[in-house]
Design a protein around this ligand. Structure first.
Ligand code: HXC
Ligand code: NAP
Length: 282
């Protein structure tokens, strides 16, 4: 469907691009001709991924360390990227999440997830947006949200709150900045197998099975499917799509909202105990 020059000349930053969905999008964008930057907290992960994807695709990619929660670090990263030229696309993909009973969450547990997902997205969007507006440079922001951003979801409450904020930001700025050349889009993926998500949210085969039974297509989404959807949405082919969140969940939402409400209620007490974070001294 896509020609290999679909994203030619586009300079794209993907937060959390060292692993999972971010990594898969980076690979696809490189195949389609983009120059890609990826960032994450673990420098060795982003650099290793950049090395592997450069050699697999022959494209230009750089892995840079950055904690998106830290506004100064974000400013530094964006400044560094901008010295080589303005970005054209920002993909807010970095996230933190875990399955937990809300009454057991510490204040830091909330802060951690809200910091990565919501504040991180705000930091990145502001750093790029201000530069684009001053220069009159066209830009696209793609946010990777979740299906439960619109409905909330039990047992992943910090994530649900933060993702709802991300979607509100996306829809608001689509109107405020749309006329000044900055387009906003989001994807609400259903479950896609990645180590980061499944180890924290679907840690047993039984939980996976429950989710698959509930999904009309009885399968998870794939990295290829989300990477292709992301490529289309950030490309000029989708130039009139602004402020829209595309669900890519096999119809799961229509079959009953709020992913983890469905499975969390069936988790026994002993399993909740096992999923609690290990003490740092252990
Ligand atoms: C309760 C938990 C917890 C858990 C951590 N915490 N895990 N509380 N249950 N399972 C608490 C800790 O006890 C601590 O509070 C606070 O959260 C911060 O934890 P740290 O480990 O110190 O923080 P940090 O190193 O910043 O790690 C952030 C993280 C971690 C979010 C906790 O999981 C992470 O790095 N995640 C990044 C990758 C990720 O989550 N990927 C999945 C995305 S999938 P105290 O008070 O003890 O100090 C997704 C959508 C999937 O978002 C949807 C599928 C359908
Ligand atoms: P993942 O592999 O764990 O990806 C999360 C990435 O975010 C990691 O590379 C992580 O790298 C980075 N990150 C976390 N905290 C960060 C911080 N403070 N600063 C910078 N980077 C940070 O999980 P994934 O499944 O690919 O998730 C990617 C996106 O898809 C997330 O937005 C998630 O909410 C969304 N999503 C996933 C699913 C799914 O089923 N997989 C479903 C719905 C939505 P470091 O640890 O090195 O920082």
């Amino acid at each position: 469907m896509f020609t290999n020059d679909l994203l030619k000349g586009k300079r794209i930053l993907i937060t959390g691009g060292g692993t999972g969905i971010g990594r898969a999008m980076a690979e696809r964008f490189l195949q389609l001709g983009a120059t890609v930057y990826i960032c994450g907290r673990r420098v060795e992960v982003v650099q290793q991924t950049a090395k592997e994807l450069a050699s697999a695709t022959g494209g230009t990619i750089e892995g840079l360390p950055c904690d998106v929660r830290e506004r100064d670090a974000v400013e530094q990263l964006i400044e560094q990227v901008w010295t080589k030229g303005p970005l054209d696309v920002l993909v807010n993909n970095a996230a933190g999440n875990f399955l937990a009973r809300t009454e057991e969450l510490s204040p830091r547990a909330f802060e951690s997830v809200l910091g990565i997902v919501l504040q991180g997205t705000i930091n990145m969007t502001m750093a790029c947006g201000k530069r684009w507006l001053v220069a009159g440079h066209r830009g696209v922001v793609l946010d990777i949200a979740t299906t439960y951003a619109d409905t909330g979801s039990a047992y992943v409450v910090p994530s649900a709150v933060a993702k709802a904020g991300v979607v509100a930001l996306m829809r608001s700025l689509a109107v405020e900045w749309g006329g000044r050349g900055i387009r906003f889009v989001a994807i609400a993926p259903g479950a896609i197998r990645t180590e980061g998500a499944f180890s924290r949210l679907l840690p047993t085969p039984e939980l996976e099975k429950k989710l698959l039974e509930h999904n009309p297509l009885h399968r998870f989404g794939t990295l290829e499917e989300i990477s292709n959807l992301a490529s289309f949405l950030i490309s000029d082919l989708a130039g009139y799509i602004n402020g829209e969140m595309v669900y890519m969940d096999g119809g799961e939402m229509l079959a009953g909202a709020s992913t983890f409400s469905l499975i969390g209620r069936r988790i026994p007490d002993a399993a909740w105990e096992m999923m609690k974070p290990k003490k740092k001294t252990e």
